[in-house]
Write a protein that binds this ligand. Structure first.
Ligand code: CA
Length: 241
Protein backbone atom coordinates (compact mmCIF):
# COMPACT_ATOMS: atom_id res chain seq x y z
CA UNK A 1 0.00 0.00 0.00
CA UNK A 2 1.50 3.33 -0.93
CA UNK A 3 1.37 6.50 1.10
CA UNK A 4 -0.61 8.35 -1.54
CA UNK A 5 -3.59 5.99 -1.40
CA UNK A 6 -3.59 5.97 2.39
CA UNK A 7 -4.21 9.71 2.34
CA UNK A 8 -6.74 9.98 -0.47
CA UNK A 9 -10.34 10.79 0.43
CA UNK A 10 -12.90 9.36 -2.00
CA UNK A 11 -16.55 10.29 -2.43
CA UNK A 12 -18.82 7.52 -3.76
CA UNK A 13 -22.06 8.65 -5.42
CA UNK A 14 -24.07 5.50 -6.08
CA UNK A 15 -27.73 4.70 -5.41
CA UNK A 16 -27.50 0.90 -5.24
CA UNK A 17 -26.89 0.18 -1.59
CA UNK A 18 -25.05 -3.12 -2.09
CA UNK A 19 -22.57 -1.53 -4.50
CA UNK A 20 -22.20 1.63 -2.40
CA UNK A 21 -21.45 -0.18 0.86
CA UNK A 22 -19.27 -2.70 -0.97
CA UNK A 23 -17.19 0.13 -2.43
CA UNK A 24 -16.87 1.83 0.95
CA UNK A 25 -15.62 -1.41 2.52
CA UNK A 26 -13.18 -2.24 -0.23
CA UNK A 27 -11.74 1.30 -0.41
CA UNK A 28 -11.26 1.47 3.34
CA UNK A 29 -9.56 -1.93 3.15
CA UNK A 30 -7.17 -0.46 0.55
CA UNK A 31 -6.27 2.45 2.81
CA UNK A 32 -8.54 5.20 1.47
CA UNK A 33 -10.95 7.26 3.50
CA UNK A 34 -14.46 7.48 2.09
CA UNK A 35 -17.74 9.32 2.13
CA UNK A 36 -20.89 8.30 0.26
CA UNK A 37 -24.12 9.67 -1.19
CA UNK A 38 -27.13 7.75 -2.53
CA UNK A 39 -28.53 10.32 -4.96
CA UNK A 40 -27.29 12.98 -7.35
CA UNK A 41 -28.30 16.09 -5.43
CA UNK A 42 -26.75 14.97 -2.14
CA UNK A 43 -23.69 13.81 -4.04
CA UNK A 44 -23.30 17.15 -5.79
CA UNK A 45 -23.60 19.08 -2.50
CA UNK A 46 -20.88 16.94 -0.98
CA UNK A 47 -18.72 17.11 -4.10
CA UNK A 48 -18.81 20.90 -4.16
CA UNK A 49 -17.33 21.04 -0.67
CA UNK A 50 -14.06 20.36 -2.50
CA UNK A 51 -12.61 18.06 0.14
CA UNK A 52 -12.34 14.90 -1.96
CA UNK A 53 -9.27 13.73 -3.83
CA UNK A 54 -11.44 11.72 -6.19
CA UNK A 55 -15.12 11.12 -6.90
CA UNK A 56 -16.62 7.81 -8.06
CA UNK A 57 -19.82 8.81 -9.84
CA UNK A 58 -22.54 6.44 -11.01
CA UNK A 59 -24.42 7.45 -14.20
CA UNK A 60 -27.94 6.22 -13.35
CA UNK A 61 -29.02 8.01 -10.19
CA UNK A 62 -32.38 9.13 -8.81
CA UNK A 63 -32.94 12.86 -9.17
CA UNK A 64 -30.00 14.46 -10.90
CA UNK A 65 -28.16 11.86 -12.99
CA UNK A 66 -24.41 11.32 -13.03
CA UNK A 67 -23.87 13.31 -16.23
CA UNK A 68 -25.54 16.39 -14.75
CA UNK A 69 -23.58 15.98 -11.51
CA UNK A 70 -20.34 15.71 -13.50
CA UNK A 71 -21.14 18.82 -15.51
CA UNK A 72 -21.93 20.84 -12.37
CA UNK A 73 -18.76 19.72 -10.59
CA UNK A 74 -16.66 20.56 -13.64
CA UNK A 75 -18.13 24.06 -13.86
CA UNK A 76 -17.02 24.75 -10.31
CA UNK A 77 -13.76 22.83 -10.20
CA UNK A 78 -11.71 21.99 -13.28
CA UNK A 79 -9.23 19.93 -11.29
CA UNK A 80 -11.51 17.62 -9.35
CA UNK A 81 -10.67 14.04 -10.43
CA UNK A 82 -13.85 12.15 -11.41
CA UNK A 83 -14.26 8.51 -12.45
CA UNK A 84 -17.68 7.61 -13.89
CA UNK A 85 -19.22 4.22 -13.16
CA UNK A 86 -21.12 3.24 -16.28
CA UNK A 87 -23.87 0.63 -16.12
CA UNK A 88 -22.65 -1.22 -19.15
CA UNK A 89 -20.00 -0.78 -21.78
CA UNK A 90 -22.18 1.68 -23.61
CA UNK A 91 -20.14 3.82 -25.98
CA UNK A 92 -22.60 6.70 -25.71
CA UNK A 93 -22.45 6.74 -21.91
CA UNK A 94 -18.69 6.67 -21.86
CA UNK A 95 -18.25 9.28 -24.54
CA UNK A 96 -20.81 11.60 -22.97
CA UNK A 97 -19.14 11.25 -19.58
CA UNK A 98 -15.71 12.05 -20.97
CA UNK A 99 -17.04 15.00 -22.95
CA UNK A 100 -18.57 16.42 -19.78
CA UNK A 101 -15.16 16.31 -18.17
CA UNK A 102 -14.84 12.98 -16.37
CA UNK A 103 -11.24 11.81 -16.14
CA UNK A 104 -11.98 8.18 -16.70
CA UNK A 105 -14.71 5.55 -16.54
CA UNK A 106 -15.08 2.05 -15.18
CA UNK A 107 -17.75 -0.16 -16.73
CA UNK A 108 -19.95 -2.29 -14.45
CA UNK A 109 -19.52 -5.04 -13.54
CA UNK A 110 -15.94 -4.12 -12.68
CA UNK A 111 -13.30 -6.06 -10.83
CA UNK A 112 -12.01 -4.50 -7.62
CA UNK A 113 -8.43 -4.89 -8.83
CA UNK A 114 -9.25 -2.95 -12.00
CA UNK A 115 -11.06 -0.22 -10.09
CA UNK A 116 -8.16 0.25 -7.65
CA UNK A 117 -5.69 0.50 -10.55
CA UNK A 118 -7.79 3.20 -12.22
CA UNK A 119 -8.15 5.13 -8.96
CA UNK A 120 -4.41 5.03 -8.31
CA UNK A 121 -3.62 6.07 -11.90
CA UNK A 122 -5.97 9.09 -11.68
CA UNK A 123 -4.53 10.11 -8.29
CA UNK A 124 -0.96 9.73 -9.57
CA UNK A 125 -1.72 11.94 -12.56
CA UNK A 126 -3.34 14.65 -10.51
CA UNK A 127 0.07 15.17 -8.91
CA UNK A 128 2.03 14.99 -12.18
CA UNK A 129 1.65 18.50 -13.51
CA UNK A 130 3.17 20.08 -10.42
CA UNK A 131 6.58 18.68 -11.26
CA UNK A 132 7.17 20.45 -14.54
CA UNK A 133 7.85 23.99 -15.84
CA UNK A 134 4.72 25.89 -15.25
CA UNK A 135 4.73 27.90 -18.46
CA UNK A 136 4.50 25.99 -21.74
CA UNK A 137 4.98 27.97 -24.93
CA UNK A 138 3.58 26.55 -28.14
CA UNK A 139 4.44 27.76 -31.61
CA UNK A 140 2.32 27.23 -34.65
CA UNK A 141 3.89 25.48 -37.61
CA UNK A 142 4.50 28.80 -39.41
CA UNK A 143 6.26 30.14 -36.29
CA UNK A 144 4.26 33.38 -36.45
CA UNK A 145 1.98 32.92 -33.51
CA UNK A 146 2.45 31.70 -29.99
CA UNK A 147 0.27 30.47 -27.19
CA UNK A 148 1.36 30.47 -23.54
CA UNK A 149 -0.10 27.91 -21.19
CA UNK A 150 0.08 28.18 -17.43
CA UNK A 151 0.03 24.61 -16.15
CA UNK A 152 -0.56 25.63 -12.53
CA UNK A 153 -3.62 27.71 -13.29
CA UNK A 154 -4.79 25.23 -15.97
CA UNK A 155 -5.23 28.19 -18.28
CA UNK A 156 -3.88 29.90 -21.38
CA UNK A 157 -4.36 33.09 -23.34
CA UNK A 158 -5.17 33.02 -27.04
CA UNK A 159 -6.02 36.25 -28.89
CA UNK A 160 -6.69 37.96 -25.54
CA UNK A 161 -9.18 35.26 -24.67
CA UNK A 162 -8.77 33.07 -21.64
CA UNK A 163 -8.87 29.32 -22.20
CA UNK A 164 -9.39 26.90 -19.35
CA UNK A 165 -8.33 23.29 -19.27
CA UNK A 166 -9.32 20.35 -17.13
CA UNK A 167 -6.64 18.60 -15.15
CA UNK A 168 -6.78 15.69 -17.57
CA UNK A 169 -6.32 17.92 -20.60
CA UNK A 170 -3.37 19.55 -18.89
CA UNK A 171 -1.82 16.18 -18.10
CA UNK A 172 -1.91 15.32 -21.79
CA UNK A 173 -0.38 18.67 -22.77
CA UNK A 174 2.36 18.33 -20.15
CA UNK A 175 3.19 14.78 -21.20
CA UNK A 176 3.41 15.77 -24.87
CA UNK A 177 5.47 18.82 -23.88
CA UNK A 178 7.93 16.69 -21.94
CA UNK A 179 8.29 14.43 -24.99
CA UNK A 180 8.05 17.11 -27.65
CA UNK A 181 11.15 15.85 -29.48
CA UNK A 182 9.11 13.02 -30.97
CA UNK A 183 5.55 11.95 -31.78
CA UNK A 184 3.86 10.16 -28.87
CA UNK A 185 1.73 7.12 -29.81
CA UNK A 186 -1.80 6.84 -28.39
CA UNK A 187 -0.81 3.55 -26.72
CA UNK A 188 1.86 5.37 -24.77
CA UNK A 189 -0.60 8.05 -23.59
CA UNK A 190 -3.04 5.34 -22.53
CA UNK A 191 -0.34 3.52 -20.68
CA UNK A 192 1.39 6.46 -19.02
CA UNK A 193 -1.59 8.70 -18.28
CA UNK A 194 -4.50 6.30 -17.88
CA UNK A 195 -2.56 3.31 -16.64
CA UNK A 196 -4.01 0.96 -19.25
CA UNK A 197 -1.94 -2.06 -20.12
CA UNK A 198 -3.67 -3.05 -23.32
CA UNK A 199 -5.13 -1.05 -26.10
CA UNK A 200 -8.85 -1.65 -26.53
CA UNK A 201 -10.82 0.20 -29.15
CA UNK A 202 -12.86 2.28 -26.69
CA UNK A 203 -9.79 3.28 -24.76
CA UNK A 204 -8.11 4.53 -27.92
CA UNK A 205 -11.19 6.66 -28.49
CA UNK A 206 -10.82 8.03 -24.97
CA UNK A 207 -7.53 9.59 -26.09
CA UNK A 208 -9.08 10.88 -29.31
CA UNK A 209 -11.93 12.58 -27.42
CA UNK A 210 -9.48 14.41 -25.18
CA UNK A 211 -7.27 15.43 -28.10
CA UNK A 212 -10.34 16.75 -29.94
CA UNK A 213 -11.34 18.80 -26.89
CA UNK A 214 -7.84 20.21 -26.58
CA UNK A 215 -7.76 21.15 -30.26
CA UNK A 216 -11.08 22.96 -29.98
CA UNK A 217 -9.50 25.02 -27.21
CA UNK A 218 -6.05 25.83 -28.58
CA UNK A 219 -6.25 25.62 -32.37
CA UNK A 220 -7.60 28.22 -34.77
CA UNK A 221 -9.11 25.46 -36.90
CA UNK A 222 -9.25 22.18 -35.01
CA UNK A 223 -9.36 20.11 -38.21
CA UNK A 224 -6.07 21.76 -39.27
CA UNK A 225 -4.04 21.86 -36.07
CA UNK A 226 -0.98 24.09 -35.77
CA UNK A 227 0.06 23.17 -32.25
CA UNK A 228 -1.14 19.68 -31.50
CA UNK A 229 -0.39 17.87 -34.71
CA UNK A 230 -0.95 14.28 -35.80
CA UNK A 231 2.07 12.52 -37.25
CA UNK A 232 0.46 9.88 -39.38
CA UNK A 233 1.08 6.35 -38.14
CA UNK A 234 3.25 7.65 -35.27
CA UNK A 235 1.12 9.63 -32.84
CA UNK A 236 0.61 13.17 -31.55
CA UNK A 237 3.27 15.82 -31.35
CA UNK A 238 3.23 19.17 -29.62
CA UNK A 239 4.97 22.06 -31.41
CA UNK A 240 6.94 23.85 -28.70
CA UNK A 241 9.30 26.80 -28.64
CA1 CA B 1 -27.32 3.48 -10.32
Amino acid sequence: MNTMSSKANILIIEDEEAIRTGLVDVLIYHGFTTDAAADGNTGLDKALSGKYDLILLDVMLPGMDGFAVCEHIRKEDREQPIIMLTAKTSDEDIIQGLQLGADDYVAKPFSIAQLILRIEAVLRRSGLTHETDHIIKLNNTKQDHQIKIDTRNLSATKNNQDIHFTRREMDILVYLYNHADRPVPRDELLNKLWGYAKNLDLETRTVDIHIAKLRRKIEKISAKPDYLVTIRGAGYRLMVE
